[in-house]
Design a protein around this ligand. Structure first.
Ligand SMILES: Nc1nc(=O)c2cc3nc(NCCN4CCCCC4)[nH]c3cc2[nH]1
Ligand SMILES: [Zn+2]
Length: 374
């Protein structure tokens, strides 16, 4: 049966789209950046902080939550929203990528992927049906299919075989959770490495199965930036027009703006949260390494163009002091700012698309982050 359209396009600027995604926990204004909350927490900040910085939808991880505290336990506590006290939309990655990036000990077969827990070495098997079941227990608003993300630099034969497995797994995920089966959305993940023809083949197979949204996987996994941009330019506009498009694990400020101009609607990346904890802060003037001695007596705000709590309240001198002293507060204040920067960037993109000025925003970000395009 025809499902109500979950995604509406409100404005365009070239391939860029200003849209709105509806979920069981509210609507998401796109383009959107999703803070990463791998084990049910966006590291160093609480839900109130997330609301304050403008987060709409956050990311959780099937692999991590399954291993600890367990998806059944989370279900018994009322699901992930209730458990972590986040009442907005949540997207969960399916675990395939995390199994590969966290475990050398794993066996890949038609049935699924066998792996050992990185926590206690216990053995587990993720099948398409299992990862759908886990994500239903978590109650995420957007579930991702189980896929194989070929390591960056994989040869064409391997990538071609791998995308076949990914399609068969995607079909099994859809069969485990048919369209209309519930309020959770299920997104397919396009693979195909750095090969345009394999990417188109993967997309055609997934579109034939039918998903509520489509992700570009297999990127930002060590391939050359030029290869990522080439695939992004080729595939972004080819993804289904009226469905949300998600570029997994991306990226830097320039990557995000480039993704938007190629028709991508959703992004997630650990850069703002991870770099906050090592003192690399993103500002309107580029990256600021807060531990530098030049900030010892600098009373100015981290970023005069930012209105986050950190920039409104504290000086660079104080932020540097906290970082050098390894004060726990440093993690929270730096994370609040970096998340606000990435969330404001996508908010500005939404406005720019409505005004037809995406090119100017791209030029501004490229000038502030010259090293990103490399
Ligand atoms: N299910 C799934 N499939 C993918 O192909 C995938 C591809 C991905 N590619 C990335 N890249 C993350 C790159 N990140 C950049 C900043 C430092 C840490 C790594 N994350 C990904 C997550 C993914 N999840
Ligand atoms: Zn700020």
């Amino acid at each position: 049966m025809e499902r109500q359209n979950i995604f509406t396009i409100l404005a365009r600027d070239g391939h860029a789209r200003r849209g709105r995604l509806s979920t069981a926990h509210g609507t998401v204004e796109t383009p959107v950046f999703m803070p990463v909350g791998t084990v049910g927490s966006v590291k160093a900040v609480c839900p109130a902080d997330l609301k304050d910085v403008g987060a709409q939808i956050i990311l959780g991880n099937t692999y991590h939550l399954y291993l600890r505290p367990g998806d059944e336990l989370v279900a018994r506590r009322g699901g992930l929203h209730r458990f972590m006290r986040w009442d907005g939309p949540i997207l969960t990655d399916s675990g395939g990528f995390q199994v590969f990036s966290l475990n050398e000990l794993r066996r890949l077969g038609e049935e699924g992927v066998e792996f050992r827990s990185h926590l206690d070495g216990s053995r587990h098997l993720f099948t398409p049906e299992k990862v759908v079941s886990i994500q239903r227990n978590l109650g995420s608003d957007v579930m991702m299919v189980l896929d194989e993300c070929p390591p960056g630099g994989s040869d064409r034969d391997y990538v071609a075989r791998s995308l076949g497995l990914t399609t068969r797994w995607a079909r099994r995920c859809r069969e485990a959770y048919p369209a209309g089966a519930g309020e959770q959305h299920l997104f397919g993940i396009v693979q195909g490495g750095i090969y345009e023809d394999l990417r188109e083949e993967s997309l055609a197979q997934l579109a034939g199965i039918g998903f509520e949204g489509y992700a570009l996987g297999g990127l930002s996994v060590g391939e050359k930036k030029a290869d990522m941009y080439r695939i992004l330019a080729h595939m972004g506009p080819r993804l289904p027009e009226n469905a949300p498009r998600y570029l997994m694990g991306v990226g830097t400020p320039l990557d995000i703006v480039t993704g938007i101009e190629n028709g991508i609607d959703m992004f997630d990346c650990v850069l703002p949260t991870r770099n906050a904890r090592n003192g690399t802060l993103y500002t309107s003037q580029g990256k600021v390494n807060i531990k530098r001695a030049e900030f010892r007596e600098d009373d100015s705000p981290l970023d005069p163009a930012c209105s986050c709590y950190t920039c409104r309240t504290f000086s660079r001198a104080y932020l540097r002091h906290l970082y050098v002293a390894k004060e726990i507060l440093s993690f929270r204040l730096n994370t609040i700012h970096n998340l606000r920067y990435f969330l404001d960037l996508t908010a500005r993109a939404r406005t720019a698309i409505e005004a037809g000025t995406m090119a100017a925003l791209k030029a501004e970000i490229a000038a502030a982050y010259p090293e990103d395009g490399a």
